[in-house]
Design a protein around this ligand. Structure first.
Ligand SMILES: Cc1cc2nc3c(=O)[nH]c(=O)nc-3n(C[C@H](O)[C@H](O)[C@H](O)COP(=O)(O)OP(=O)(O)OC[C@H]3O[C@@H](n4cnc5c(N)ncnc54)[C@H](O)[C@@H]3O)c2cc1C
Ligand code: FES
Length: 374
């Protein structure tokens, strides 16, 4: 018995969700995720570009065309069981998938507006703190992100990039939003934002998007931020403080190259002072020169996780944000220590190079459910 009745458009297929019983129509050029979100269903997701794994679901029956390689996001067992990424799968027949719908982190409507640059401060040699004053307020939850595009490229979808809100919503001024932007050499948008953008310039802002954010749970929390990955972690923790949900033991790890790349320390200290539970802050530097006097941890953050989290590593719930290779390595360590996928939350800062790589690895191909495959 399906919960929803619907009219199926020509050339569309039917997507049925188990165990919720929802049924909806999906156009041939639409992803399963796009259709579910269009219908307002709380389908788990974050990046919508095949980079976070949050939209994984099991193909029970039917055929899909997969747009990118998913093998690096899913375990061998999940691949064998027929898991797919809903944001990267278009229907080629009626399809049934198994997915645990969950309450969205937030149910904020998507708003498209413009924002004037009212703050621009360099935080590190390659990261700036960008503040925009929006024409129209954009309610969001800490951990979500928005799409930014610039006037000189507004007509081209190719120049729309995602950036995470770097502060919890400002209740006193809901038109103010902050971002931490890291310059990616050779990139289209970030070098302009970091080196050339000026106060007063106007950007188009669309959002909020994504479901990265605080999730209920028990036991110790660990947040690992690499580079500008501190943005969603900071926003999420500030919101946890504001909402009175800051009582669990927390280890916040900031991965950077050198001391000059450490930033946000005052904001981290402000969170520490208001955090109700035990709060530990651990910076880890991967390229700090020997003899610099740095007394903290060195090396790749994933290689130091066992030591930082100790015997109880497997009891943690983890939030990981920043460059995809850092997240992959940390996830591997945490999984090995016994942290189940349900307690791993990742926000991979994918860029055009990762997407190009995923597309090369996997030319679009059709996949049938494990049950139906020969
Ligand atoms: C959910 C999400 C949240 C994010 N949040 C943040 C954030 O808070 N802060 C932040 O700094 N970033 C964030 N990012 C990353 C951000 O969206 C951009 O990807 C990043 O700023 C790079 O954009 P760009 O236009 O400068 O570079 P791009 O033009 O995307 O290029 C990136 C790199 O890829 C190379 N490249 C381009 N095309 C190809 C190709 N066809 N083949 C091979 N290589 C290619 C370029 O030379 C460059 O080195 C986030 C990403 C996601 C998905
Ligand atoms: S939403 Fe599908 S992989 Fe991120």
């Amino acid at each position: 018995m399906w919960a929803k009745l619907f009219r199926r458009a020509p050339e569309a297929h039917t997507l049925r969700l188990q165990p919720s019983g929802e049924a909806l129509s999906v156009g041939a050029d639409e992803s399963l995720l796009q259709a579910a979100l269009r219908e307002g269903l709380p389908f788990p997701h974050n990046c919508r570009v095949g980079g976070c794994g949050e939209c994984k679901c099991r193909l029970v029956s039917g055929k899909v065309k997969e747009l990118t390689d998913k093998s690096y996001l899913l375990s061998a067992e999940e691949l064998q069981q027929g898991y797919i990424l809903a944001c990267q799968s278009r229907p080629r027949s009626d399809v049934v998938v198994e997915v645990a719908l969950r309450e969205a982190v937030a149910a904020h409507p998507v708003v498209e507006t413009t924002g004037r640059i009212t703050g621009l401060h360099r935080l590190t040699p390659d990261i700036v703190h960008l503040t925009l004053t929006l024409v129209q307020p954009m309610p969001f939850s800490g951990g979500q992100h928005a799409e930014l595009s610039v006037p000189w490229a507004a007509a081209s979808d190719d120049a729309v990039r995602r950036y995470s809100f770097a502060s919890a919503p400002d209740l006193a001024d809901p038109t103010r939003v902050d971002f931490f932007i890291r310059k990616v050499p050779g990139g289209r948008l970030s070098p302009w934002l970091v080196d050339q953008a000026r106060l007063g310039e106007v950007l188009t802002v669309r959002g909020p998007h994504g479901q990265f954010g605080l999730r209920p749970g028990e036991g110790p929390m660990v947040c690992v931020a690499g580079g500008s990955g501190l943005a969603p972690i900071k926003a999420m923790l500030e919101q946890a403080v504001a909402d009175g949900q800051a009582s669990r033991p927390l280890t916040l790890i900031l991965a950077a190259r050198t001391q000059a790349d450490l930033y946000g320390l005052d904001a981290i200290d402000a969170i520490r002072r208001q955090w109700g539970g035990r709060f530990r802050f651990v910076p880890v530097l991967s390229a700090e020169p020997e003899g610099s006097g740095w007394a903290g941890l060195r090396g790749m953050v994933a290689d130091r996780l066992d030591e930082i989290l100790g015997e109880r590593i497997g009891e943690h719930q983890a939030w990981l944000c920043g460059p995809p290779p850092m997240i992959d390595a940390c996830e591997a360590v945490l999984r090995r220590a016994g942290v189940p996928d349900a307690r791993l939350h990742a926000d991979r800062f994918l860029d055009a190079s990762h997407q190009a790589q995923a597309q090369v690895q996997s030319q679009p191909h059709e996949r049938a459910s494990a049950g139906l495959a020969a």
